[in-house]
Design a protein around this ligand. Structure first.
Ligand code: SF4
Length: 232
């Protein structure tokens, strides 16, 4: 049976060398393959999609996004519509009453700051300033800001979702009790800018396919040899 609650410190004391981000990427690329990074160049789209994807599957949020765009061909049209109509359009994504109000407020805030919806200037700002600009919008946290910067604008900001957080903690990259917001900064600091996308995608694939929240498949895991299995 696996032992419980190992800590990175305990693992380090035993002389176990943890995987480096570069090693993890090489091994997980080999195990799962990975699509190349391709910027969507649509930051407002990413902002909306990330909001819709909270607490639901990719499939449901994709459906909600599809219906939103089908019903409202522009972001201005979303703001001008009554909230119940927006709620109806995004129902497939779950939590529609809450998300529709947040979406309305979010888009109204973006519109008030950038009337032509062009957030391309975030590509030119220093990374920390770009993050600060996004997270100063009510309802936009570090993960959402990082999704916009990474997927739309190819900036090296690391979104730490539930899979990235869980796998990183089990591998001993960050302390198991560190809150997700802090883990963002710590993980991002240990990864080279050109590794951020690969690290994010690979850890999500690993979390979905092998290092499950319940019953991780350690016996089949390509990282097992040097994984301290923190908390497993
Ligand atoms: S599946 Fe097990 S061995 Fe592999 S990374 Fe997760 S905890 Fe470590």
């Amino acid at each position: 049976m696996a032992t419980r609650a190992k800590t990175p410190t305990a693992a380090a004391k035993r002389g176990e060398r943890l995987w480096t981000p570069a090693e993890l990427i090489a091994i997980l690329d080999e195990a799962y393959g990975r699509a190349p990074q391709q910027a969507s160049n649509a930051p407002v789209f990413e902002l909306v999609l990330t909001l819709l994807s909270q607490h639901t599957s990719d499939r449901n949020s994709g459906q909600a996004m599809h219906r939103l765009i089908e019903r409202f061909p522009t972001w201005d049209a979303v703001i001008e519509a009554p909230v119940p109509e927006v709620e109806d359009a995004i129902r497939a994504g779950g939590l529609a009453p809450t998300k529709s109000k947040r979406l309305h407020a979010l888009l109204a805030e973006v519109k008030s700051r950038v009337p032509d919806w062009d957030l391309g200037f975030l590509r030119e700002l220093p990374l920390e300033e770009a993050k600060a600009w996004l997270t100063s919008i009510a309802g936009v946290g570090p993960k959402t800001a990082a999704c916009v910067l990474l997927f739309a604008l190819e900036r090296p900001a690391l979104p730490v979702d539930t899979h990235v957080e869980r796998v990183s903690k089990r591998l001993g990259l960050v302390p198991s009790k560190m809150p997700a917001d802090k883990a963002h900064a710590v993980l991002e600091a240990m990864i080279e800018p050109d590794e951020v996308y690969a690290f994010h995608v690979d850890l999500i694939q690993h979390g979905r396919r092998t290092c499950h929240a319940r019953g991780p498949k350690c016996d089949e895991c390509p990282l097992e040899k040097r994984c301290p299995k923190v908390g497993v």
